[in-house]
Design a protein. Sequence first.
Length: 290
Amino acid sequence: MTERDPIKHEFDPLVYDSAEEGGPNPKPKKRAKKERASRRSVQQCWKDFVAARTDTPERAKKFKRNSIVVGTLALLAAGFGAYMMLRPYPQPDYEDDPLDEIFNYTLFQNEFNNLPVEDRVRLVGSLVKRVEGMGGSDGTLLAAFAAGISGAARDQLEENASQLMLDFMDHFAKDYDTTGDPAAQEDSIRQLIVDMTRLAEEFDGRPTDKSDEQIMEEAFAQAERDQRVFRDPNRGPSLAGVSRFTNMMENRVGARGTPHQRARITRMMRDMTRYLRNEDLSTGKPKGGG
């Protein structure tokens, strides 16, 4: 009798290790991440761009020539654009240019404020004469122009008008010498009154042809009339009117000047008033004890 081999029983395991290969539910493998190509820098892109167009001597020569032309045109365009943005506003011709351009320059541009005060006064006089002689079409244009003034434009208009008034007064105040004797001061005041009157009358475009003596006679007569009006409660200015005028001079005109400007303008106006009223320049008391 032959001896039989022992019977071996093989049993499938009841639980599989999911980590083992060949299990019934193997865990899916993760996909390997694709490596992204690194982004090229602007410098590297430019180098590649140049290299692709200069691979032969002929192409390199052509690329160099074209680069010079394009670069030159770009510089010219940039320079022209900067000039147009930063250039001063051109002064129009007050005799022939359209009225809207003249008003825009006079009322709303800072370049007008940079002109000498004598030039500004004469330009305003030219504008006044132009407006007086304008026709119907110009009148319609002027009405439309005035109706459109608001916001920042109105603020700039007030600034230009206030700056002109301040510069007009300071133009004379800065030359007023207060260090001399009373007689020299009075001579200086008389000359100031004459010069101020002549320049002020150019505001309406009609320079005066009066003599210095006529100007002083009229100034003394006007000062006397003003004194009578102020003394008469029925004819004098109201308190509200004086308050509005003072507020305008302090907050709109005076606020634009430096403390030194305000001080010398105040001193000049005070001495001119005292002189025209026949008062002592130092004390303000009537001369002769009157």
